[in-house]
Design a binder for this molecule. Structure first.
Ligand code: P6P
Length: 333
């Protein structure tokens, strides 16, 4: 039986590879792992306890709040506040930035942007959901931490990843030196290294887009979808970005959420959906751009909840999509 490497062991091993590291990031990553196990426990039994369904309120974006959204958000905030390494949190569930109380005399170095439960409309129908996180470093320790502190380009992100609560529960993350996947072994309650050094295939047989918006997409998007169909690519879209992008990471493909009439800037959030998933995919060898052909990781955020269009996935397929955008945009001009 091959040696089991737990998430904690892996984090510690990587910390030891960098003599300059202080262990602060490791502590934060471990807290995220613990939070993921707690959320996983509730996600897995959501159908058995009164935690399913709509809580009844709308969040500030107008989405109906699911009870599990609130649970996941509260647990993530609580665990991220444990280590003392996180100074503040931006969450899809909270309009304002959450300041984290100081722990003992620890000077927090990091900021966390997160979508605590992405795809939560799938909860009641037992379809995979996920948690997405991005860890930023405080740029100026002498300045008060405010929402402005989060307005950093994706290239500044220290670590990013996601948890996928699916047929098994996986935590996939990167600190900028490749991507590794850990599968939760419930028998020992540990995330174990199951997918070391993940590399996305150059292309794949899947494309992932909400085809229901076809007639509302710009012409370049409609022509690209026609092109995918002509190539007999298979459409896979379950309304949970983490699940749809995770599939592509292993099987190749492209995920698209362009602008629509309802979301002229795109629907997905830059800071805690597009950037963390883009960092993971880029670190695995993929590409991630918006429909203005800007690299997602180089977009300068202007507010913590801003939306973005996104085209993300296998390098050869994103490059082809770029050509469609160039061709039809020039044609329009
Ligand atoms: P639509 C879930 O609400 C989410 O934020 C992503 O996880 C998902 O990819 C997208 O929105 C689904 O949006 O408009 O296709 O239902």
């Amino acid at each position: 039986m091959s040696k089991i490497t737990t998430l904690d062991e892996f984090i510690l091993h990587n910390e030891n590879l960098h003599p300059e590291s202080t262990g602060k990031l490791s502590s934060l990553l471990r807290d995220i792992g613990v939070a993921a196990k707690i959320v996983n426990r509730e996600v897995n039994k959501a159908g058995l306890v009164n935690i399913l369904g709509i809580e009844g309120s709308e969040n500030f974006t107008g989405d109906m709040v699911q009870k599990l959204d609130i649970f996941a958000n509260e647990k993530m905030i609580s665990l991220l506040s444990n280590s003392g390494e996180c100074a503040a949190i931006v969450s899809e569930e909270n309009e304002e930035m959450i300041s984290v109380p100081k722990v003992k005399n620890i000077n927090a170095n990091y900021l966390v942007a997160m979508d605590p439960l992405d795809g939560s409309s799938n909860i009641d129908v037992n379809v995979s959901v996920g948690t997405i996180f991005g860890i930023y470093k405080i740029q100026d320790e002498n300045k008060e931490v405010t929402a402005e502190s989060f307005l950093q380009k994706g290239v500044e992100v220290i670590a990013a990843g996601y948890v996928l609560y699916g047929t098994s529960t996986m935590l996939v993350y990167t600190t900028g030196n490749g991507v590794n996947g850990f599968t939760l072994d419930p028998s020992i309650g540990e995330f174990c290294l199951s997918h070391p050094n993940i590399k996305i295939p150059d292309r794949g047989n899947y494309y992932s887009v909400n085809q229901g918006y076809y007639l509302k997409f710009d012409v370049e998007m409609r022509r690209y979808i026609d092109y995918c169909s002509d190539l007999n690519l298979r459409l896979r879209y379950i309304g949970s970005m983490v699940s749809d992008v995770h599939r592509m990471l292993f099987q190749g493909g492209i995920f698209l959420y362009p602008n629509t009439r309802k979301y002229p800037q795109g629907k997905l959030r830059l800071l805690y959906e597009c950037v963390p998933m883009s960092m993971v995919v880029e670190q695995a060898g993929g590409h991630a751009i918006n429909t203005k052909l800007e690299r997602i990781m180089e977009v300068q955020p202007v507010n913590i909840h801003q939306r973005s269009t996104i085209v993300i996935g296998s390098p050869a397929m994103v490059k082809e999509m770029q050509e469609f955008i160039k061709k039809y945009t020039q044609h329009e001009v």
